[in-house]
Design a protein around this ligand. Structure first.
Ligand SMILES: Nc1ncnc2c1ncn2[C@@H]1O[C@H](COP(=O)(O)OP(=O)(O)O)[C@@H](O)[C@H]1O
Ligand code: SF4
Ligand SMILES: [Mg+2]
Length: 337
């Protein structure tokens, strides 16, 4: 049976003021997160991944940011226009987030115990002794064995991996329905990265929390996600099952990302990187946003913008003209400009 969607973004558009005009950073994103699933969002730096997640937490800084359009449907309610007071009931409670560098999110002056207990107190009405018990439970949940000792320590006394575990414990304090992890392992070395990914997989299984895992690394997605969204220049360029995307990527950008993960292709000698960089928001007026970097670009790519095409067979989505040239049952879903 199909899992129930818990969160749905419809045509989300966010822009930032630059001089006198607003330039789009997220340009018509639509996707669904299902109950209990781990969804990956992948793309190079500057593709709009963090802006998408900040919007989903009601945290777009305005000014300079502005939500131009869209719906954020969480458990049937649209969050896009709710007040800050209403956001406070949802943020950290029903939808939680962890960031790349846990040191900046932890206060260096207070012990782990102070901060963890404060996070619990903020969102629950437990007594002081119940709060202490809950902190110990949470630290155990995130695989910290000597919980009692850690509660008395300060952030700088812990390793990067331990700090990230503490941040995850704080994010899980209220059993959120959705956990957004924005590059949670980027600052960590490879062994610790694998442990944190394993922990997130384990938490997802134990608590059924749905997870959005944001990363620039398709290798990380391959480890723990079932479905993945590939973002480029503020848009979705491909979306589908991780199995299919790793085996048979459709979009030239996804193919490039895949080639740059040596372990997945078994070629460890030379690390490939896609030539060029993500265009700055608002700089491409005509044609496919990936055209300047695309090995397969042709005439039409420089003059028209490809729309998102959805396969009727398996719901796989891809934004590329090559796809429309292929025969098959693919159908245009007309999601964006
Ligand atoms: N606070 C901000 N002020 C101005 N522009 C911003 C801000 N945050 C993000 N942007 C713009 O949004 C684009 C996408 O950023 P971001 O979502 O952080 O990318 P990613 O997380 O994929 O690396 C950036 O290229 C930048 O131009
Ligand atoms: S539309 Fe053209 S330029 Fe864009 S990804 Fe496809 S082939 Fe490349
Ligand atoms: Mg980011």
């Amino acid at each position: 049976m199909d899992k129930r969607p818990i969160l749905r973004l419809n045509d989300l558009r966010v822009s930032f003021q630059s001089g006198k005009k607003f330039v789009p950073a997220v340009d018509g994103i639509s996707f669904e997160l299902k109950e209990g699933e781990i969804l990956g969002i992948v793309g190079e730096s500057g593709s709009g991944k963090s802006v998408t997640s900040l919007a989903t937490m009601g945290l777009i800084p305005a000014p300079p940011g502005k939500i131009d359009n869209g719906e954020i449907i969480f458990e049937g309610n649209d969050l896009i226009n709710i007040s800050e007071k209403e956001w406070r009931k949802i943020r950290g409670n029903q939808i939680s987030m962890i960031f790349q560098e846990p040191m900046t999110s932890l206060n260096p002056l207070f012990t782990i115990g102070n901060q963890l207990m404060e996070a619990i107190r903020l969102h629950t009405d437990l007594t002081k002794s119940q709060t202490k018990v809950r902190s110990m439970e949470l630290l155990k949940l995130v695989g910290i064995p000597r919980a009692e000792g850690i509660l008395k320590e300060h952030p700088h006394q812990l390793s990067g991996g331990m700090r990230q575990r503490v941040m995850i414990a704080m994010a899980m304090a209220c059993n959120p329905k959705v956990l957004i992890a924005d590059e949670p392992t980027t600052a960590l070395d490879v062994t610790i990265q694998a442990q944190i990914l394993e922990l997130m997989k384990d938490l997802n299984k134990k608590t059924n929390t749905s997870i959005i895992l944001i990363t620039h690394d398709l290798g990380v997605v391959a480890e723990i996600c079932e479905r993945v969204i590939v973002m480029y220049s503020g848009q979705i360029v491909e979306q589908g099952s991780v199995h299919k995307i790793l085996k048979d990527p459709q979009h030239p950008y996804t193919k490039g990302l895949l080639k740059s993960v040596p372990d997945l292709r078994g070629k460890k000698d030379r690390l490939y990187s896609i030539p060029g960089t993500v265009p700055a928001p608002g700089t491409i007026q005509n044609g496919c946003r990936f055209a300047a970097r695309c090995e397969e670009a042709f005439g039409q790519c420089r003059t028209e913008s490809p729309e998102l095409y959805k396969s009727e067979k398996d719901g796989h989505e891809v934004r590329c003209f090559l796809h429309t040239l292929k025969e098959g049952s693919d159908k245009h879903v007309g999601v964006t400009s």
